[in-house]
Design a protein around this ligand. Structure first.
Ligand SMILES: [Zn+2]
Ligand SMILES: [Zn+2]
Length: 136
């Protein structure tokens, strides 16, 4: 099986995914906008196929109770978002090493989108967090 790799800008955090990646969901919620500086585009995988060969500078921040956001405490890269102990690990799509052929399949929390950009037409949108993009 192919191994997908990725990491932060300084190399302090490196991850591996030994399984399929979900298509990308773009989240426009205020939390994502503030922490990324724009909106967040994230793929995801199941926890069982995810590993962290290097995580010396990885820091977790409790974003909302029960959920945490992983970022590099050295270079500031935003990397992960997950329900603590949950089945899914969300991974910022821009941190993948190689093109993976993924596409943005949904835009969520568009009610909170910034007013300085427009969202591409032809891709499903939801006002809240609902979407039909399955985790493979
Ligand atoms: Zn880093
Ligand atoms: Zn969000």
């Amino acid at each position: 099986m192919s191994v997908v790799t990725g990491g932060c800008a300084c190399g302090g955090v490196r991850y591996e995914v030994r399984g399929p990646l979900r298509d990308v969901i773009a989240c426009h919620c205020e939390q994502c906008r503030r922490t990324s500086g724009h909106f967040v585009a994230a793929t995801a995988c199941r926890r069982g196929v995810f590993s962290l060969p290097r995580s010396t500078t990885l820091k977790w921040f409790i974003a909302v109770p029960g959920y945490r956001r992983g970022f590099c405490s050295e270079c500031g890269s935003s990397l992960f978002y997950e329900e603590i102990g949950g089945e899914r690990v969300s991974i910022a799509a821009g941190t993948l090493d190689e093109p993976q052929g993924l596409k943005i399949a949904a835009h969520i929390f568009v009610a909170e989108a910034g007013d300085y950009y427009s969202i591409e037409p032809g891709v499903p949108q939801s006002q809240d967090g609902e979407h039909n993009v399955a985790l493979p």
